[in-house]
Design a protein. Structure first.
Lengths: 433, 254
């Protein structure tokens, strides 16, 4: 096949690894084979690939990333306690892409909440099997294909019909290895009709060894269900994270994502939501704070497939040093999706001459009775506001901090979990020095 | 209080103030009047320390200190307050948080202990009344979505909270209807004291019916060309600024 002959060494290495290990990976081998074909057809994106043009993935992955996911050292419960974000959360710990039961709080679960490893559930749980890999299309993105091909583990979270879970579930990802490795955690959340839950995903790295995490979470929000999905990306300078969220929103449901990119050498977010049935509502919030040579690339797709849905997107960024931010927001309004309301805003503040932002709204509207808007702005700190604050006796540095904090506040304000909001506030304060 | 000698200032290379002299003592209210473009707002901006304004000559002593050597924040901490002609909207920063930060930094500068939260809130409550500012506005973001009148009242509220020794009002009357003007002027009058001075910059005499000045100065072409008492403002109102221009012309012609 011509696709195979043109494939890069890096892409070939992933496929070879798959062939050698296909028998020992969980779930249906057929599904993984199809993903491998889709991956072979797409390959690791290059800088000529439009959707990945700001990330030099070939170069990054060529540099001796292995596939060792076995645990060299299991983080201690102290490590985990330090990385806990929220009081009273059910914490599920994923180290190097693999679920670690002894560090997780899976006993004593609440009525209506079921948690299992994805490897088990995809075989033993019919609901899991029915939803698994149904939303993330291996032909739409090479990293969806790669994850589906090589997924190493993760969790299945199921919220029963009308169950309201009042404790957040926290999926804590830790990258901690002695050789540079690629990790591919895979999760599935199914909230049944009328269910309600908050899921927090956090991403951390320990130590100086490079990691590349290709995380994928599928989220099915059934009729009238409410799901708040927080993502705290706080890896160290050796962490590289590509995180895909594939959500499906049923009739009358509400699915909110809150993405806070606060660390890591680089972060790529693909947040995709399909408004699959009429009357669904989705909010996408994002805040990125970048410094040094960090790169943060946010790609979002909101696909209005059905009428009477509302989507609202607000992403804000503060970029210092030589950091680069990318925002690409696609909104599709399909011919059937009349009475769609879709809004999108991206605002950036640049704190240095070497910081940069590439922002691109992309709206494709095929219905005629819709309300859609988008807006972007990129600028410096408002000098007039800075002067105004200084004339009231507030020093230049604290005035600057006050203004940036206020800029970020619009997104931080959306966090409904108090202790999580305080955590993000503290990270902003630390970022501002 | 403040002594301005031979002040020259330019913006983008264009000289606006050309040898301005002014002496203001504690307890006094000085009005600066003048036609558009005479340099009134430039004077206010230079006093507050706006960076775009370059002082090319002259000196300003504020309570014995070299004002021009101080940053805008240090000028405020030394007791200078500028009420802006166009107050800036700052989304996300609550009025209260902003004032708390300002008062805390001013007190630190002066070596005073931090203000007690209870004392601060009592002060907010008391000073709001001064300009009939709704309590809800105090909790909103600084000036965001405020009407023109609310913004000006908020300026005077801030001044009342920060208790400066010198208040500079930059065209505080512009854009105000008569009711708002009366409220703002009332607020200022209540802040008048033997220890505090005001410089009231205005184009119109109207404001001076409510804030009665001790002295009136006419600024023209970057200099104070005429000084007098409150009657001078009335005369200007009656005769217009052309009267000053022609009088100066006659002088020049002699």
């Amino acid at each position: 096949m011509s696709t195979v002959t043109t494939i890069s060494d890096t892409s070939a290495a992933f496929l070879t690894h798959f062939e050698a290990n296909a028998g020992s990976l969980f779930g249906e081998t057929n599904l993984r084979r199809k993903a491998a074909e889709a991956f072979a057809a797409q390959g690791i994106p290059t800088r000529r690939t439009e959707d990945y043009r700001y990330l030099n993935l070939e170069l990054l992955l060529k540099k001796s990333f292995g596939f060792r996911t076995e645990l060299m050292r299991i983080p201690t419960s102290d490590d985990v306690a330090k990385l806990a974000l929220v009081e009273n959360a059910i914490v599920l710990v994923i180290v190097n892409g693999v679920f670690v039961p002894q560090l997780s709080s899976v006993d004593n679960l609440l009525a209506g909440l079921k948690i299992n490893t994805i490897a088990d559930a995809v075989v033993t749980d019919q609901t899991c099997a029915a939803h698994y890999a149904k939303y993330a299309n291996v032909n739409s993105d090479p990293f969806i294909a790669l994850n589906t091909m090589l997924a190493s583990g993760g969790v299945f979270i199921h919220v029963a019909k009308n169950a309201v879970i009042d404790r957040p579930v926290h999926i804590l990802h830790i990258a901690d290895n002695e050789v540079a490795s690629v990790f591919q955690p895979r999760h599935l959340v199914v909230a049944e009709t009328g269910a309600q839950i908050a899921v927090i995903e956090s991403f951390e790295s320990i130590g100086p060894v490079k990691s590349f995490t290709n995380a994928l979470i599928e989220v099915a929000v059934s009729e009238n269900a409410v799901l708040d999905h927080y993502r705290i990306q706080a890896e160290g300078p050796a962490g590289h994270l590509l995180s895909t969220v594939q959500g499906s929103c049923a009739k009358g449901s509400l699915y909110n994502t809150y993405t806070f990119s606060l660390g890591g050498a680089w972060v790529r977010n693909n947040v995709n939501k399909v408004m699959a049935q009429a009357g669904a509502e989705a909010h996408l919030y994002g805040l990125y704070l970048l410094n040094g040579s960090q790169v943060c690339d946010n790609h979002t797709i909101v696909d209005h497939a059905q009428p009477n849905c509302l989507s609202n997107e607000l992403y804000k960024g503060v970029i210092d040093g030589k950091a680069t931010a990318v925002f690409n927001g696609k909104i599709f309004v399909r011919p059937d999706a009349q009475k769609t309301n879709a809004y999108q805003t991206n605002k950036n503040v640049l704190l240095s001459d070497d910081a940069s932002v590439n922002t691109k709204p992309q709206l494709e509207i095929y219905a005629d009775d819709v309300k859609c808007s988008h807006g972007t702005s990129t600028g410096r700190i408002d000098e007039d506001a800075l002067f105004y604050l200084r004339t009231r006796g507030i020093g230049q540095e604290s005035a600057r901090r006050l203004l940036i904090h206020a800029f970020a506040e619009e997104v931080v304000d959306k966090i409904k979990i108090e202790s999580l909001r305080i955590f993000v506030e503290e990270r902003i304060t630390a970022f501002l020095g | 209080m403040i002594s301005i000698k031979n002040l020259h200032a330019s913006v983008e290379g264009k000289e606006i103030l050309r040898g301005l002299n002014l002496e203001v003592k504690a307890g006094e209210v000085h009005a600066i009047m003048g036609p558009n473009g005479s340099g009134k707002s430039t004077l206010a901006s230079v006093l507050a320390g706006r960076e775009a304004y370059e002082v090319t000559a002259g000196e300003i002593k504020f309570n014995g200190k070299d004002l021009l050597g101080l940053s805008p924040e240090d000028r405020a901490r030394e007791g200078l307050f500028l009420a802006f002609q166009y107050p800036v909207e700052i989304p996300g920063v609550s009025n209260i948080n902003f004032l708390k930060t300002a008062i805390s930094e001013i007190r630190t500068y002066r070596g005073l202990p931090p203000i007690e939260p209870k004392e601060f809130l009592a002060m907010v409550k008391e000073k709001q009344k001064l300009v009939e500012l709704d309590g809800k506005l105090a909790n909103r973001s600084v000036n965001e979505g405020f009407s023109g009148g609310e913004k000006k009242r908020n300026e005077i509220f801030q001044m009342a909270m920060l208790e400066p020794t010198l208040g500079i009002l930059d065209e505080t009357d512009s854009g105000l209807d008569i009711d708002a003007l009366r409220i703002v002027a009332n607020g200022v009058n209540k802040l008048r004291s033997a220890q505090r001075a005001f410089i009231v910059v205005t184009h119109y005499q109207r404001l001076l019916d409510y804030i009665v000045p001790d002295y009136v100065h006419v600024l023209y072409n970057g200099q104070i060309v005429k000084s007098g008492t409150k009657e001078l403002a009335l005369e200007l109102e009656e005769k217009g600024y052309d009267w000053i221009k022609s009088e100066l012309g006659e002088k020049a012609g002699v």
